[in-house]
Design a protein. Structure first.
Ligand SMILES: [Zn+2]
Length: 380
C-alpha cells in the first residue's frame, strides 16, 4: 500500500480511453488510522494519465470528518462555498496552491484504502439508461449502491454518505461499488488488485449485456459540403472560432434525420455539458435553400431558445461539427460528443437513453459559470 501504487493505478486507468477521457475521473489513497490519517486525493488541474505523486493533495482526514458535524447554510450557493472553504482548510501544511478534487468528500467517506472514480462510456450506458437501476441490481446483486441523479458537490456527498451508512447498517460490511446515475462509478478496495478486479468484472458483465456497439468506422474529416457548413458555423459565432468536422458510421446514423438524432440530443453527464454543451444543435437540411442561410437560421433559433451558442452542430446527412474558441476546445467538444454517441448506443441495451433532467442541467451550466469565475475549474 503506497502512494506509488496510487500513481500507478491512476495512470493505468487514466491512459485508457475506455475509462477516462478529457482528464475526467479521480483517485485517492488513505494512509494511517481509519478516522485520522491522511487522504491523498487527485488535485484539480491534473490528469490521471500522466499524474505524479505531486499531483495529489494531502488532506487531514480528521478535519474532513468534522465537515459532517458542521451545520451549513440552507442556501445552496452559500452552503457549497462554506463546504469548499472547509475542504480547503483540511489540506495538510505544505499543500498550499493545490486544490483537492471537488469529489474529495466522496473519496474520504468510502472506507477503503484505494478509491478510483471514473466515467466509462460502457458504465454510463447503464447509469444513463431508462432501466439502469433495475439492471444494476440484477447484474451486480446487492454489492452495489445506486445513487439517483444528484447535483454535484456537498449535495452528492451527502446522498452517498446516507446510502453508504444505510448499506453498512443493513449488510454489516461497506459497499465497494457505487453507481451514480448520469455520472459514473466509484470503486473502493484495500489493494489496487481489488480495484482492478471490481472494474474488470463490471466491464465484462456489461460488455456481455450490450446488444449493439457503436460503430465509428469509415471516419472522414470532410464530407459533401462540410467545409462550407463549417465556414457558415464559424461565421455564426461572431468571433474567432474553430470548427472541426467528423463523419463516421455512428455519426451518419445519428444525423440521418431529426428522429435519428434524438438519442444524442441532450446531456448525459456533467462532463458532457462542460465540454460539448447541454444542447447540441440539430440542423435539418432542405434542398434548394442556400446552405449558409439554413445554418444561420438554425443557429439563431437555437440561440434564442437556449441562450447559449452550441458547441456541437449535427447537420442532417453530413455529420458532427465541434465548435470552440480554439482547435483544442472544438476537438474536445467532438470527443465528448463521440462519448455521448457511445453512451446512447450502450443505453439501448438497458431500455434506451435517459438524459439529465432540465433542473440538473441548469445547475451544471450555472455551476460552471461560478467555478470559472472563482477559478476553480476542474474536470472530475
Ligand atoms: Zn465524476
Amino acid at each position: 500500500m503506497s502512494l506509488q501504487e496510487l500513481v500507478d493505478i491512476s495512470r493505468f486507468y487514466g491512459a485508457n480511453p475506455d475509462y477516462v477521457i478529457a482528464g475526467g475521473g479521480n483517485t485517492s489513497f488513505k494512509e494511517g488510522a481509519s478516522k485520522g490519517g491522511v487522504l491523498f486525493v487527485k488535485g484539480s488541474g491534473t490528469s490521471l494519465g500522466d499524474i505524479t505523486p505531486q499531483g495529489f493533495v494531502r488532506m487531514d482526514r480528521a478535519k474532513l470528518a468534522r465537515i459532517w458535524e458542521t451545520a451549513y447554510p440552507q442556501d445552496a450557493d452559500e452552503r457549497e462555498a462554506a463546504v469548499l472553504a472547509d475542504m480547503m482548510a483540511a489540506k495538510l501544511p505544505g499543500e498550499d496552491g493545490k486544490r483537492p478534487s471537488v469529489e474529495t468528500l466522496l473519496h474520504d467517506i468510502l472506507p477503503f484504502t484505494y478509491v478510483v472514480h471514473t466515467h466509462p462510456a460502457l458504465v454510463n450506458g447503464l447509469t444513463c439508461s431508462q432501466e439502469g437501476e433495475t439492471a444494476a441490481r440484477e447484474l451486480f446483486g446487492e454489492g452495489c449502491i445506486w445513487i439517483p441523479i444528484t447535483n454535484p458537490g456537498y449535495t452528492l456527498s451527502q446522498a452517498v454518505k446516507k446510502a453508504l451508512d444505510a448499506y453498512l447498517a443493513h449488510n454489516g460490511k461497506p459497499a465497494d461499488t457505487i453507481f451514480l446515475q448520469n455520472h459514473g462509478i466509484f470503486a473502493g478496495a484495500g489493494s489496487v488488485e481489488g480495484i482492478k478486479a471490481i472494474y474488470a468484472k463490471i466491464l465484462s458483465v456489461l460488455g456481455e449485456k450490450i446488444k449493439r456497439k457503436p460503430d465509428f468506422s469509415g471516419k472522414t474529416g470532410t464530407y459533401q459540403d462540410s467545409e462550407a457548413i463549417a465556414e457558415a458555423l464559424a461565421a455564426c459565432t461572431g468571433q474567432n472560432s474553430t470548427v472541426v468536422f467528423e463523419r463516421n458510421a455512428e455519426f451518419a446514423r445519428l444525423t440521418a434525420d431529426a428522429a435519428g438524432f434524438a438519442p444524442a440530443s441532450s446531456a448525459f453527464t456533467p462532463d458532457h455539458i462542460v465540454y460539448s454543451g447541454s444542447n447540441p444543435l440539430f440542423i435539418a437540411i432542405t434542398d434548394g435553400r442556400p446552405l449558409g442561410e439554413q445554418v444561420r437560421d438554425a443557429w439563431n433559433h437555437h440561440l434564442a431558445a437556449t441562450g447559449r451558442p452550441p458547441k456541437i452542430a449535427a447537420v442532417q446527412g453530413r455529420g458532427i461539427f465541434g465548435i470552440g474558441s480554439s482547435e483544442k476546445t472544438a476537438l474536445l467538444a467532438l470527443e465528448l460528443f463521440a462519448d455521448t454517441a457511445k453512451v446512447a448506443a450502450y443505453s439501448e441495451s438497458f431500455g434506451g437513453p435517459r438524459f439529465m433532467t432540465r433542473d440538473k442541467i441548469d445547475f451544471i451550466n450555472n455551476w460552471e459559470v461560478e467555478r470559472y469565475r472563482s477559478g476553480v475549474v476542474e474536470k472530475s
